[in-house]
Design a protein around this ligand. Structure first.
Ligand SMILES: Cc1cc2nc3c(=O)[nH]c(=O)nc-3n(C[C@H](O)[C@H](O)[C@H](O)COP(=O)(O)OP(=O)(O)OC[C@H]3O[C@@H](n4cnc5c(N)ncnc54)[C@H](O)[C@@H]3O)c2cc1C
Length: 425
């Protein structure tokens, strides 16, 4: 065993670590630890790459992801509005294999036996692990909305996982006659990407303004008020889309009648729409639920924020949207990317008997486009509090755009390019 040293000394910065000053695992280290990463999205792909970097390639890392390509949810609202194409947001995983030596298996994890530390895959294979990193994203609680059965889900799309539904919603908008009504139903927070629904509504209103000016966007929000960037979105709706966008808070959807294209609310009766875009309530991805990582009556996985190890099942680290967030921590790709790095460094430390960083800090920036070229942002910084054993927002750090403009649009595009490269290139 190497003496326990402060791992912080070793990770004085990503650059140092990445490009190889220090060796966490010595060349002659006899221990070949096996880490399995489940889910190749923002969290999982980041963790897989940085596990390799932080261990100087010494850890055996296997990434398991059913999809052949990564399709980004950030920027997917611009595909729906016709301002980007699906190929603009679609990327391969090959660099993780070629450049970093990650083993990549395209399959679904069907079962995790946390006692034996074995995962069973949809291709029939079984793999064992020393530690497992789980980043399965969210799944939808369709059953919470009466009438939203499998057939109804083909019409009342969510398009909240980028891919075929992104294109299907775009096609619905193109087919809708001018003068039609598009409605987006937003669940009670917490849900994936707090500002995402308002960004979508604004971009669709932009599309209507150009191509179907007699049409209308209805934002039907179960929350009392806009959950993110409220004053900025409201100002834009009031000044640019007065006749086009209508916001209704406290509209909790109860059921949908897909034949008649109506939705019913708990308190406000019924509404007829041409396009019904329902974001159902969400919870941690099914595999997290099936593995017993969620406490009774909860929807998300509780973790130790120093290591992201589950508070329920040892040796499984959960990151990304699937976790129970700390105060003001959004479910975002940026956050999942930060979780991936902090978790990777902690897993390397645990497997090499070094001290885990006792004071992680991470940040978040969420851009929202309000037209093809203009964006707004919200940013925050979060620091570990050793007394409360949780992440707390750093007072006075972060902030909000003053207004939407094209410079922010440029920054937003750069943010996307940078973060995609950070975990895929
Ligand atoms: C419209 C929209 C816009 C958004 N815009 C932004 C933005 O501008 N900025 C931002 O920061 N965030 C944004 N987000 C949020 C962001 O997409 C998510 O927060 C992020 O994807 C979470 O990362 P994750 O790793 O938890 O999940 P994901 O990225 O969803 O990855 C989960 C992966 O796990 C895989 N998986 C699931 N189950 C299994 C299993 N059993 N076996 C193997 N693999 C499995 C899935 O196939 C998937 O690839 C947006 C989201 C949406 C919907």
């Amino acid at each position: 065993m190497t003496p326990r040293r402060n791992f912080l000394h070793l990770i004085s910065g990503i650059g140092v670590l990445a490009y190889g000053g220090h060796q966490v695992f010595g060349q002659s280290s006899p221990f070949k630890a096996k880490v399995i990463v489940v889910g190749g999205g923002f969290g999982g792909a980041t963790a897989a790459k940085y596990l390799k970097i932080f261990s100087n390639g010494k850890i055996d890392v296997t990434l398991i992801e059913p999809n052949q390509h990564f399709i980004s949810c950030p920027m997917s609202n611009l595909v729906i509005s016709g301002d980007k194409s699906i190929t603009d947001i679609t990327f391969g995983y090959e660099q993780l294999v070629k450049k970093y030596g990650v083993h990549l298996i395209h399959a679904k994890v069907e079962q995790i036996d946390s006692q034996k530390r074995v995962v069973a895959l949809s291709n029939g294979k079984k793999l064992n692990y020393d530690r497992l990193v789980l980043s399965p994203g969210v799944d939808f609680l369709f059953e919470k909305i009466a009438g939203l059965d499998e057939d109804a889900q083909k019409v009342a799309l969510h398009a909240w996982k980028a891919g075929p539904q992104t294109l299907a919603l775009k096609a619905q908008l193109e087919a809708m006659p001018d003068g039609g009504v598009y409605g987006i139903s937003i669940p009670l927070a917490p849900y994936r990407c707090p500002p995402g629904p308002y960004e979508r509504a604004t971009l669709i209103a932009n599309y209507f303004k150009q191509f179907k000016p007699r049409s209308k966007v209805l934002i039907l929000d179960a929350n009392q008020d806009v959950t993110s960037k409220g004053p900025l979105f409201k100002k834009i709706w009031a000044t640019r889309f007065k006749e086009l966008i209508e916001y209704r808070g406290l509209h909790q959807i109860e059921s949908v009648d897909i034949k008649n294209k109506t939705i019913q609310f708990e308190a406000q009766g019924e509404l007829k729409l041409n396009i019904v875009n329902i974001l159902p309530p969400m919870q941690a991805g099914k595999i997290a639920v099936d593995t017993g990582l969620i406490k009774p009556n909860q929807r998300w996985c509780e973790v130790d924020f120093l290591t992201f190890e589950s508070r329920v099942v040892p040796n499984i680290h959960v990151i990304g949207d699937a976790i129970q967030n700390a105060q003001l921590m959004p479910k975002s790709g940026h956050m999942a990317n930060q979780h991936g790095k902090v978790c990777a460094s902690a897993v390397v430390a645990l497997l090499s008997d070094h001290e885990v960083n006792p004071a992680p800090i991470y940040n978040n920036t969420c851009y929202s486009f309000v037209s093809k070229n203009e964006a707004i942002h919200v940013a925050s910084v979060h620091r570990y509090d050793a007394i409360q054993k949780t992440m707390l927002p750093v007072q006075g750090a972060g902030g909000l755009s003053v207004e939407a403009n094209e410079l922010e649009g440029l920054y937003a595009n750069s943010w996307a390019n940078n973060i995609w490269s950070d975990f895929l290139a």
